[in-house]
Design a protein around this ligand. Structure first.
Ligand code: GFB
Length: 291
């Protein structure tokens, strides 16, 4: 579905989730790498500016800034284990945020929105290679169904805004993102910042590094600044409503064990490395093997 935005004046871009991992990377590309064009205005929102789960606050912040374009990153996010504990919160909070943001954008006349999905929204049982047409083809993995279904619904919003109002609202599907300003919480964060934090503690305490699980699950990782540059391309050039996958090539997929080895090497960790099922109490060994 190709859409055409009608806007010739310089963009005023509002970035929701502007203080997060991807938001700060976009800020860096825009301010330090000449990513912004002359006359453009970029506004980076953080949770202090508005509670996007609240419809009135969302509407007010959009009316205040009157953006022409939006990069929508704000979301409740977390690593696998936080997802497993709070599926209901991931579903409800993200559904509210997305509905409020997209409707406020529509009401103030935003001509283009680029929202952020995630490769974890794809069906659990699928064929490879995966492409963008497959996101609704079956249930997502059970571990994060709340987050995955909420993110999938952005695609439903986008298609419906196009069908009913001709809006050019689209989405990108990045793979696992890492980079500066990540969430380094061991309990709630993603695997790379979690491992970096754990290596730091193991180095300080002279204790072993414990890598959770079997180490064999495979992931693709994209650096936040690379993703930020791709976001700008999508905002300026990508003319479709259908989402677009932003990932590394399949040959760049790594196992969790290889990811842990890379962290160990980069931080020059000389201690013992243990791959363990036992260290995260919510999971049995069989459940772990499914992740
Ligand atoms: O980044 P992560 O938490 O999330 O990675 P997902 C989980 C994998 O890394 C599992 C292993 O196989 C874990 O057993 N792992 C090993 C660790 N050590 C650690 C550690 O110290 N911390 C963590 N967190 N994992 C999330 C989705 O999936 O990815 C979200 O749940 C979102 O919805 C996000 O899409 C991108 O890659 O499994």
């Amino acid at each position: 579905m190709s859409c055409q935005e009608n806007n010739s004046s310089p963009m005023r871009v509002l970035v929701t989730g502007g203080s997060g991992l991807v938001g700060r990377a976009i800020h860096q590309v825009v301010t330090e790498e000449g990513g912004a064009k002359d006359g453009e205005e970029w506004i980076f929102l953080s949770s202090r500016d508005a509670n996007l789960m609240n419809k009135e606050e969302t509407k007010a912040v959009f009316e205040k800034h009157k953006p022409t374009h939006v990069i929508h990153l704000a979301a409740m996010v977390g690593g696998l284990f936080k997802n497993m504990k709070f599926n209901l919160d991931f579903w409800r909070n993200n559904i509210h945020i997305n509905d409020n943001v997209l409707q406020a954008a529509h009401e103030v006349g935003v001509v283009k929105v680029v929202s952020c999905l995630s490769t974890c929204i794809f069906p659990d049982k699928t064929t490879y290679p995966i492409d963008e047409t497959m996101i609704h083809n079956g249930p997502p993995h059970d571990s994060n169904f709340g987050y995955a279904y909420a993110k999938r619904m952005i695609d439903v919003h986008n298609r419906a805004y196009f069908q009913q109002y001709g809006r050019c609202y689209t989405a990108v599907i990045p793979t696992n993102v890492f980079g500066p300003h990540d969430n380094f919480s061991i309990e709630d964060g993603h695997v790379l910042p979690g491992l970096i934090h754990k290596v730091y503690l193991a180095q300080k305490g002279g204790t072993p590094l414990v890598v959770w699980g079997s180490g064999s699950p495979r992931r693709q990782f994209i650096y936040s600044l690379d993703l930020a540059r791709l976001f700008l391309w999508v905002l300026r050039e990508y003319p479709e409503v259908d989402p677009i996958i932003l990932s590394v090539g399949e040959k760049d997929e790594v196992s969790i064990k290889e990811a842990a080895e890379a962290v160990v090497q980069s931080l020059d960790f000389k201690g013992e490395v243990v791959v363990s099922f036992g260290n995260y109490s919510v999971l049995s060994q069989n459940e772990y093997l499914a992740l």
